[in-house]
Design a protein around this ligand. Structure first.
Ligand SMILES: Cc1cc2nc3c(=O)[nH]c(=O)nc-3n(C[C@H](O)[C@H](O)[C@H](O)COP(=O)(O)OP(=O)(O)OC[C@H]3O[C@@H](n4cnc5c(N)ncnc54)[C@H](O)[C@@H]3O)c2cc1C
Length: 422
């Protein structure tokens, strides 16, 4: 009998793991709680045939696992932003990028990045939050402001919560290189993987409990006709630990794994898409604008799309995002009006609060002081026949990215194949 593998979750981690296992001749069944596949990768349609992303959007130029899948499925990537030119900060009423900062501001940023780089080179994970570290490392006020803004706009959390050790890994972002978008939307890649798996993917089937024995893994799956017990030889759990902590799991987990499952924090994000009838800004490329507002980052996802209409993506991260609720749309319009007081009325909008989403319960994981190095060795370790994938288990530099989800799925598939001697 072929080795039967249960995959829990059909986000990019679950789909990549299943795709690799299927290609290696394994028998896979994927259970997904939502009516759709893709999880935190979710393309939505607006008016005039245009689309936007309510979840993941950008592909960085070192995201090679994603690029390889895109190439395999004949999916094109469009250039989105070139750095440092296209990253702007809204400072004292005007837009500045790295090239238009004052000498003093530039020197302050260089000093911040150099100190963060040292932390990475020395592989340090000090018992300090970003805020505490900024207070004790002679960082100039301008660079402190940028660092704090990055905590909300990139990490979806707050400077008094995130560990400086984790923050340091991403600090150089926006300094050089470029990022891209999947032409036609990230759901095209998700759908290509899911199509390959065919009827092995079961949507609207939340897993309610996971049980490990010496020879099998059994999961209770909720279906339209009631709870069904499914048994396999092994399982890959790809759901965020913010969700897993609410599911009974009987397995030989280490104490640290149990602690990480119960406590690993997830930042909050509200992402709002506003569609406008025409372009009202004069810059040729809108770029990414970071600002201190209810929304922390704004960009234009329609640069490679047809039509006179334009969409702006508005991203609110951290504790501020938790206060927006039903006013998310209005507050996004207000944020745009701060930058462009003459903006026309919107013609459509869509919004998603990822903290309120039952199957995500947050946007992506971050680490508290000291936890990065403590949790790291345990995140990818199997618990008997149960394997773990998902962005939170990816190599640290890809955590919080689609690339991390894909790499983690591929790694979990490889762990099973190695065990079977394939
Ligand atoms: C607002 C936002 C913006 C982002 N921007 C970017 C970006 O620009 N670039 C980038 O690379 N990444 C970005 N990310 C991160 C990226 O979306 C994630 O890292 C990646 O999609 C995670 O994939 P995953 O498979 O690990 O998890 P998920 O996509 O969350 O997949 C897990 C799946 O498990 C399902 N599930 C949950 N509970 C159960 C259950 N009990 N039973 C069965 N199924 C269950 C969920 O429905 C979900 O489909 C962003 C994320 C958010 C939220």
């Amino acid at each position: 009998m072929p080795h039967q593998i249960i995959v829990i979750g059909a986000g990019l981690a679950g789909l990549s793991a299943s795709y690799e296992l299927l290609r290696a001749g394994m028998d896979v069944q994927v259970f997904e709680a939502r009516e759709r596949v893709g999880g935190r990768a979710h393309t939505v349609q607006l008016n005039a045939g245009q689309h936007g992303e309510l979840g993941a959007e950008f592909v960085d130029d070192n995201h090679t696992a994603l690029m390889t899948y895109a190439a395999q499925f004949g999916i094109q990537l469009d250039l989105a932003n070139k750095f440092p030119d296209d990253l702007y900060w809204f400072i004292d009423g005007s837009l500045r990028n790295r090239l238009s900062l004052t000498t003093e501001q530039s020197a302050a940023l260089d000093n911040l990045y150099a100190k963060l780089q040292t932390l990475i080179q020395e592989q340090k994970d000090p018992q300090q939050t970003l805020d505490e570290w900024l207070d004790t490392h002679s960082i100039a006020p301008f660079a402190r402001w940028i660092a704090r803004l990055m905590a909300s706009s990139l990490f979806a959390t707050d400077p008094e919560l995130i560990s400086i050790g984790f923050f340091a890994y991403f600090a150089g972002i926006g300094n050089s290189g470029c990022n891209m978008r999947v032409h036609g939307g990230i759901s095209r890649l998700v759908d290509a993987l899911a199509q390959h798996l065919g009827d092995r993917v079961h949507t609207s089937t939340p897993v309610r409990c996971i049980q490990h024995t010496d020879d099998t893994v059994t999961v209770n799956v909720e279906t339209a006709t009631g709870l069904v017990e499914v048994t396999g030889h092994s399982a890959i759990v790809t759901i965020p630990w913010s969700v897993l902590r609410h599911i009974p799991i009987e397995a030989p987990l280490t104490e640290i794994q149990r602690e990480a499952i119960s406590t690993l924090p997830y930042g909050g994000v509200v992402k709002t898409l506003l569609q406008y009838p025409y372009q009202f800004w004069s810059k040729p490329n809108f770029g990414i604008i970071l600002l201190e507002n209810n929304y922390h980052a704004i960009w234009e996802p329609t640069s490679a799309q047809m039509g006179r209409e334009k969409i702006l993506s508005c991203f609110s991260g951290g504790k501020r995002s938790l206060t927006l609720s039903e006013q998310a749309g209005e507050l996004a319009v207000a944020a745009i009006n701060t930058l462009y007081p003459d903006a026309p009325e919107i013609i459509a909008s869509r919004s998603c609060d990822w903290s309120a989403d039952e199957w995500a319960r947050g946007a992506y994981c971050y680490f508290r002081p000291g936890d990065l190095h403590r949790f790291n060795p345990h995140l990818t370790q199997p618990a008997g026949r149960i394997f773990f994938a998902g962005e939170h288990t990816a190599p640290v530099e890809y955590r919080g990215y689609m690339e991390g989800a894909i790499r983690s799925g591929q790694r979990a598939a490889q762990q099973i194949l190695s065990l079977l001697g394939e």
